[in-house]
Ligand binder design. Structure first.
Ligand code: FAD
Length: 390
């Protein structure tokens, strides 16, 4: 087949159900047909391919683990992971759009929303009729969101929201925003905002060298009147946004691996075809070292995320395990993109191949949803019992 070759050195496929493989192959063919041929061009122009939102909705990439009655896929966590792996094989920005929509917008509405909120928002978000964004990070509060300044007060029949958010994926195109802000008691709460509310704007962030095919923006709130029914009733405190991030990070652990797989595939193929000194470069030991280390790390990470998926399905995965897997996949993806780039020599820096785009994308993936450092500190705290954050 001319589908992507999926590195599967330890026959991890045998650990997957028929349904999981079907989900993976469906998304893989979609990426091959609709994403890969166009994404480099969108990334070069720093443009968001807005038309893919509907396509991904139809394919079931939004909220795959959310029950079918709310428009979700009713699938298990390994299917969700495989979807993210295949989307990010195409582009980390495309996977980011899906992660935000499913894990950061649909999940909190499903888990903490009222029945009316679920019925109003989830089906339209699942189908891609509406795009959503998630506002947690602020200009002065990134790794430490508990210090956030965005706040709202009670004005009788509505709330009044003030503040701003920064680095918000999907923001410039979103119809719906799940925003985290403090109430008068200083408690973090979730609010659902809609485009068009007076005083609410979403200026675009320009000049990124990473995730160029994903739209990023700010959320600015100037005395925004938010109807009281738009408050998420069932969650208070930082655990609201953090629980969403655990779901999204789980998807990133699979996703970053997809980017790594694509770079490995490309480098392996190139190493067999490119002749220097009368030999394919893949016949030289130094290139074999790079390729052998890539497939070793990909294989280890595949087994880690598969096991994490089983634990997620059983409701036993801890946020600390998710942190470790997110961090590991990002780290190996960063290393693999750089090594693969070298295998391609000068060709590796061009848009003829996906490697340099993946490399630049992974820089954001290393940083968002908890930085590489922060996830290390989470593991450090988990094993020692000492908090090294403060
Ligand atoms: P800082 O927190 O200022 O960190 C700077 C450096 O200091 C990092 O290396 C960090 O590891 C280190 N550091 C911080 N604290 C400690 C500590 N205690 N000990 C040791 N080192 C420390 N946010 C959203 O809410 N929604 C989104 O949709 C979203 N999308 C994004 C898309 C992109 C392309 C990017 C780049 C970011 C996005 N983010 C989003 C924001 C992202 O989550 C933050 O950038 C991230 O949390 C880090 O915050 P910061 O950039 O303010 O860095």
């Amino acid at each position: 087949t001319d589908l992507f070759q999926s590195p599967d050195y330890f026959q991890v496929d045998e650990l997957l159900t028929e349904e999981q493989k079907m989900v993976r192959d469906t998304v893989r063919s979609y990426v091959k047909k609709e994403i890969s041929p166009v994404i480099e061009d969108y990334a070069q122009r720093a443009e968001f391919p807005e038309h893919i939102v509907r396509q991904m909705g139809e394919l079931g990439c939004f909220g795959p683990t959310i029950p079918v009655e709310y428009g979700g896929g009713g699938l298990d966590y390994i299917s969700y992971g495989l979807m993210m792996q295949e989307l990010e094989r195409g582009d980390s920005g495309v996977r980011s759009t899906a992660s935000v929509q499913g894990s950061l917008v649909m999940f909190p509405i499903y888990a903490y929303g009222s029945e009316e909120q679920r019925r109003k928002y989830l089906p339209k978000l699942a189908s891609g009729e509406w795009l959503g964004c998630f506002g947690l990070t602020e200009p002065d509060h990134g790794s430490n969101p508990s210090g956030m300044l965005s706040n709202f007060s009670d004005a009788g029949d509505h709330y009044v929201l003030n503040g701003s958010k920064m680095w918000i994926s999907n923001a410039p195109y979103a119809q719906v925003a799940v925003v985290w802000a403090k109430d008068e008691a200083g408690e973090i709460r979730g609010l659902i905002l809609e485009r068009g509310m007076e005083g609410f704007t979403t200026p675009t962030t320009h000049g990124k060298w990473s995730l160029r095919a994903s739209a990023t923006g700010e959320l600015v709130f100037h005395d925004v009147k938010v109807p009281k029914e738009n408050l998420l009733p069932d969650i208070k405190g930082l655990k609201g946004p953090l629980s969403c991030l655990t779901k999204a990070r789980y998807g990133i652990a699979w996703g970053a691996l997809g980017a790594a797989m694509d770079c490995y595939d490309t480098a392996l193929r190139y190493s067999k075809e490119r002749i220097q000194f009368d030999k394919p470069i893949g016949a030289f030991q130094l290139q074999q070292k790079k390729l052998a280390e890539m497939i070793t790390e990909i294989t280890k990470a595949q087994l880690l995320v598969w096991r994490l998926g089983v634990l997620m399905n059983e409701g036993k995965a801890t946020p600390q395990q998710v942190s470790m897997a997110k961090r590991n996949s990002c780290e190996i993806a960063a290393d693999i993109t750089r090594d693969a780039r070298q295998v391609l020599g000068g060709m590796g820096i061009t848009g003829e191949y996906s490697i340099m785009r993946h490399m630049m994308n992974i820089e954001s993936v290393l940083t968002y949803e908890g930085t590489h450092d922060v996830h290390l500190l989470i593991t450090g705290m988990d094993v020692t019992g000492f908090n090294a954050f403060k």
